[in-house]
Design a binder for this molecule. Structure first.
Ligand SMILES: Nc1ncnc2c1ncn2[C@@H]1O[C@H](COP(=O)(O)OP(=O)(O)OP(=O)(O)O)[C@@H](O)[C@H]1O
Ligand SMILES: [Mg+2]
Length: 386
């Protein structure tokens, strides 16, 4: 059986964390925040801790309501946490035990919102200049810095326009320029691209990446779009109802999800339920409705007799000719095939279980064709059943 793995998987297994002697730019410790609502208390953050290294873009990824914005607003100082500690660029800006609360404007960071949050009555120039004029920077310096930063985002020619005269993508670039103008070192982004159409979103994502490369700011970046998360993040914190479910590099999160929740939320996954019946080396053997399969239990410990979920991604299924009856080979019948140019997507029936496959290999198989799917046990994750 082939155990060849994609290069990215290899790099995921060798990726090293940021050196411990580099002080983090943002540090969050045991942060808790509960909102009192008419429905009762809502625990939006439950003991969240994380460190963002200098120059790192950490993405907060998770479904609606999991606490992403609340965490960002706590770091920004727009929300008052119940307990915990927050440090920004070496300065404690919030500590419940030491009674420290620093005002948002003194936290040495800036924020980019989903809704742009520009002043409609002010020109692009005046909007971008705002953080400098409130900080009483000299007029000549303001002019120079605003034009420099507008050039960076490609908008210097629109300096005299008003936000209402700009497209959504241009308005978001203005708000990015405003975030960069005071050179804060730390920028918080709350879904900055989600109001834009797909093409503009992609362009702006590229531009953000190259700006981050050249300026090297540290960022906490909220999104629920996983392509954005894996594309932009040096690290990703996957959040689940107020907690961090997994924190790791994008390849870690993708190839080695630590729970069923993360595997299900990031990328798409096939799922087979079953029972552990034994172990073969580093793999667990699981009895499933479509036969016995091997998979990796990763950091989760599973024991004989335990009910588990086997999860594997459509793109990790290989179609082979023959091989039926061999270890981790599944006989299937094609229900549907969709040729999408870069790859083919299949929905297949494996003894009554529907599986999704995504492949660039081999010829197009039509509905009704019998195929054999080979699963690399390294790419099949075994999680305790929920
Ligand atoms: N001002 C508030 N008052 C009461 N409850 C709130 C308030 N803000 C947020 N919540 C609740 O706290 C939880 C976390 O909300 P939050 O806005 O942080 O989620 P989110 O992950 O940013 O979601 P989305 O992806 O929809 O923006 C939710 O249950 C939400 O209803
Ligand atoms: Mg939000």
């Amino acid at each position: 059986m082939s155990t060849q793995l994609p290069d990215l998987y290899e790099s995921a297994t060798t990726a090293s964390p940021a050196p411990a002697d580099v002080a983090p730019r943002i540090s969050v410790r045991n942060l808790c925040k509960t909102y009192n609502t008419r429905r009762g208390p809502v625990a939006a953050l439950r003991n969240v801790s994380m460190d963002v290294a200098p120059g790192e873009v950490m993405v907060l990824l998770g479904p609606s309501g999991c606490g992403k914005t609340t965490l960002l607003r706590c770091v920004a100082g727009l929300e008052y946490p119940d307990s915990g500690e927050i440090t920004v660029q070496g300065k404690t800006v919030f500590s419940s035990s030491r009674n420290i609360v620093v005002a948002p404007e003194n936290r040495n960071l800036s924020m980019v919102f989903q809704s742009y949050a520009l002043w409609p009555h002010m020109t692009v120039f005046a909007n971008v200049a705002f953080p400098l004029t409130t900080a009483k920077v000299k007029k000549a310096d303001v002019r120079e810095r605003v034009h420099a930063v507008l050039q960076m985002v490609g908008l210097d020619h629109l300096a005299r326009s008003h936000p209402g005269q700009l497209s959504g993508g241009q308005q978001q670039r203005v708000s990015l320029a405003r975030a960069l103008v005071a050179d804060p070192g730390v920028i918080l982004f709350d879904e900055p691209l989600s109001n834009l159409d797909a093409k503009v979103r992609e362009r702006l994502r590229d531009q953000l990446l190259s700006l981050q490369d050249s300026i090297g700011f540290t960022a906490l970046y909220v999104t629920h779009d996983q392509t954005e998360a894996t594309g932009l993040g040096d690290s990703i914190a996957v959040m689940e109802v107020g907690s961090v479910a997994q924190l790791g590099t994008p390849t870690d999160i993708y190839y080695r999800p630590s729970s069923r929740y993360v595997a299900d939320f990031v990328g798409s996954a096939n799922e087979l339920k079953g029972t552990v019946v034994g172990f073969a080396g580093e793999y667990a053997r699981v009895d499933t409705p479509i036969g016995s399969l091997l998979g990796s239990a990763g950091s989760e410990r599973v024991v004989q007799g335990q009910s588990v979920s086997m999860m594997f991604r459509p793109e990790h299924c290989h179609i082979t000719d023959g091989g039926a009856g061999r270890e981790n080979h599944i006989q299937c019948v094609v229900d549907r095939s969709m040729f999408l140019g870069s790859h083919v997507e299949y929905v297949v029936d494996a003894g009554g279980q529907r599986l999704a496959l995504k492949t660039m290999e081999g010829e197009l198989r039509k509905a009704g064709a019998t195929i054999t799917v080979r699963l690399d046990p390294t790419m099949v994750r075994v999680f305790p059943a929920e």
